[in-house]
Design a protein around this ligand. Structure first.
Ligand code: C5P
Length: 226
């Protein structure tokens, strides 16, 4: 084992619930939390505000390395402006998926993500946490659910916020994003061979959290054995 703080890497497709699960696990263990998707969303938002087209790789990479971003408890501050809700829009999600396909942008965000690894530990959620950013993670999980279940969850979330959306449109959008994330040549979304699969289609968030904690504690007990 390295002397670095432990990492629990949770990867998976959009809407699988990995963000909620990762945050809850971090809270129980008093670990730090990295929402890596937020960084890609921030690049998309900042690019939109500065009028940078989402295919100009060099300018976007420069933007990614110079982002003035702060994570303050559950708020995200970009250049002194609170953008916590703005980055959650469908447009930012689509934009994030486009900028996430660019190798130079991914490279520019790599160190920034690794800096979240602080004592006593980190729970990191994304697409390439186990494969690229933290290949030495203590526990690797691939958290997924069927596209239909994920679209239904998203629909419910939007409804709770008073936003009407067609489930067929949400499903199509999720499938397009999955296809883009899985087929890109750099850091594609895929289950790392050493990651454990957690399918939450028929599982509550609470049960998923319980399972992750059980796996993690199981590893710790294993370590403590003579
Ligand atoms: O997780 P979230 O839905 O916020 O991510 C938005 C998009 O950012 C994803 O669809 C994906 O294309 C990109 N992303 C990525 N690598 C990560 C996290 C997110 O490419 N580690």
């Amino acid at each position: 084992m390295s002397g670095l703080p432990p990492v629990i890497a949770i990867d998976g497709p959009s809407g699988s619930g990995k963000g909620t699960v990762a945050q809850a696990v971090a809270e129980v263990l008093h670990f730090h939390y990295l929402d890596s998707g937020a960084l890609y969303r921030l690049v998309a938002l900042a690019a939109d505000r500065r009028g940078i087209p989402l295919n100009e790789e060099n300018r976007l990479a420069e933007l990614a390395s110079s982002l003035d971003v702060k994570f303050v408890s559950s708020d995200i501050i970009l250049s002194k402006e609170k953008v916590t809700d703005d980055i959650r829009s469908e447009a930012c999600g689509r934009g994030a998926s486009l900028v996430g396909a660019l190798a130079l942008v991914r490279q520019a965000l790599l160190r920034r993500q690794q800096e979240f690894r602080q004592a006593p530990g980190l729970v990191a959620d994304g697409r390439d946490m186990a494969t690229v950013v933290f290949p030495d993670a203590r526990l690797k999980i691939y958290l997924t659910a069927t596209a239909k279940a994920r679209a239904e969850r998203r629909h419910k979330q939007l409804k709770q916020k008073g936003i009407t959306a067609k489930i067929t449109v949400l499903l199509q959008d999720l499938q397009d994003r999955d296809a883009r994330d899985e087929s890109r040549s750099v850091a594609p979304l895929k289950q790392s061979p050493d990651a454990r699969l957690l399918d939450t289609t028929a599982m509550s968030i609470a049960d998923a959290v319980k399972q992750v904690l059980e796996w993690y504690r199981g590893l710790e007990i294993g370590d403590a054995r003579p």
